[in-house]
Design a protein around this ligand. Structure first.
Ligand code: ATP
Ligand code: MG
Length: 422
């Protein structure tokens, strides 16, 4: 049996990486007063249609939608922001605080052609800062993305690209002129862009086709349609990024694939030239919550694709993994209730151990402890059971000694102090 195309098992030897990412995110975000939120994986299809936009790739061709037994039209969430905006409204989180800082980590689903860094079930870590229209919120959010990437120690260089896409009115005026210009070159555009002229002309700006890019060079520029308010918002962000020594590049062609963004749009890309080089995407969305039936509350956020991030991570994160330090070799599993007293103490001192469950003879069990590279083997043979004692064998030096169970706590305290036992 194979897993579904575009889905993957995350195996025990990878899980520590995932947990480490969760811990790093939790630590950094917690300090900044971001709180974790977990929303359902299934939502009404309408939520995504109304937020992400009907002419976007996601809604148009990538959603996993189905009818349930109650004939409800349901979708496996393709991203996190729409669900969080929904949860924010449903639970009236705005009544509790004027600023809600939220973060999430979980699986997302998009029907796409699977390739390196592109799956049908993938994971995003994301944050949303809801309740402020100040540029400082955008800066806090961008800074947190770079802080997390720094702590995770990507082995490759990455760069931040930002743009201002203005507000809805500014974009509408721009769209009219852009479409008029592009229509003149319609026959020279790539097929995808040709289709987008009527449906989603802004997305043509980030076309990967050289010919289309050339045509765009002389097209009207979005920047020239922005009001002073939009431009000022953007300038403040740029100035602060400079102060924070966060390197950025202004990319006038950067537009995000989702309809709900305004003002700030940004991406973090690796310098790797393969197609899946965007690890983080985000921006400001001041109208989404109102559009979904909530109050008019502005917000800004981002999402990082974790599969892509993990490809870039340095292996050293794995070296911090706790090894099994103690192996428990027991002669007669059935009658050795002393075993539970030992386990109780190891648990109390938070020492990682593994109990041999084979019922093999002791020699074989000790051999296993060596193979597994345990530090110490606790041997509990017949004599030990009779005398309520433990033989402690140091596997590297092969020295051993027998102690009374009643002295085990003292012995472990000694180990923890002098032998760096964790
Ligand atoms: P792309 O242009 O690569 O399709 P996107 O614009 O669709 O990206 P967003 O919706 O902004 O991506 O999602 C944010 C991040 O989530 C992306 O930068 C990427 O790291 C990750 N991501 C998106 N789709 C996938 C996928 N199918 N598989 C793995 N990661 C993904
Ligand atoms: Mg995509």
């Amino acid at each position: 049996m194979q897993p579904l195309r575009g889905t993957k098992d995350i195996l025990p030897n990878e899980i520590q990486t995932w947990q480490a990412i969760h811990t790093i995110a939790n630590n950094i975000l917690n300090i900044h007063n971001y709180q974790e939120i977990r929303t359902p994986i299934i939502e009404n299809t309408e939520l995504f249609e109304r937020s992400i936009g009907n002419f976007t790739d996601i809604v148009n061709k990538e959603m996993y939608s189905f009818y349930d037994q109650g004939k409800r039209n349901i979708t496996l969430r393709p991203e996190g922001t729409a669900s969080i905006a929904r949860a924010f409204i449903t639970n009236k989180l705005y009544n509790e605080k004027s600023i809600n800082r939220l973060w999430y980590l979980g699986p997302m689903f998009r029907y796409e052609r699977p390739q390196k860094g592109r799956q049908r079930q993938f994971h995003q870590l994301g944050i949303e800062c809801i309740g402020s229209n100040m540029p400082i919120a955008d800066i806090e959010v961008i800074k947190l993305a770079t802080d997390i990437l720094k702590q995770i120690e990507c082995k490759e260089q990455y760069s931040l690209e930002i743009n201002s896409i203005g507000n809805l009115q500014e974009r509408e005026r721009y769209k009219v002129d852009l479409v008029e210009y592009l229509k003149k070159y319609k026959h020279e555009l790539d097929t995808e862009s040709k289709n987008r002229i009527s449906k989603n002309p802004l997305r043509i700006l980030d076309s990967k086709y050289i010919k289309t890019q050339e045509i765009l060079k002389n097209a009207p520029k979005l920047k020239e349609y922005l009001s002073n308010t939009s431009l000022e918002h953007f300038e403040i962000i740029c100035e602060n990024l400079t102060y924070l020594k966060i390197k950025y590049k202004i990319n006038n062609y950067l537009v995000r694939g989702l309809d709900y963004y305004n003002y700030t749009a940004f991406e973090i890309k690796t310098n790797n030239l393969n197609q899946q080089n965007t690890i983080c995407g985000g921006g400001r969305y001041d109208n989404l919550i109102e559009q979904l039936g909530g109050p008019k509350i502005p917000a800004v956020g981002w999402a990082i694709g974790l599969e892509r991030l993990i490809i870039l991570m340095q292996e050293n994160l794995n070296q911090k993994i706790k090894k099994n330090r103690i192996y428990l070799a027991v002669q007669n599993l059935q009658t050795s209730d002393i075993l539970w007293d030992i386990i109780h103490i190891l648990q109390e001192y938070q020492i990682k151990f593994e109990l041999d469950l084979s019922n093999n003879n002791l020699t074989k069990q000790i051999k296993k402890a060596n193979q597994l590279k345990a530090q110490i083997c606790f041997i509990i043979g017949e004599n030990e059971i009779k005398n309520r004692s433990i033989t402690i064998k140091w596997l590297q030096t092969r020295t051993q000694q027998t102690i009374k169970l009643s002295n085990l706590r003292k012995y472990i305290k000694y180990l923890k102090t002098f032998n760096n036992l964790t």
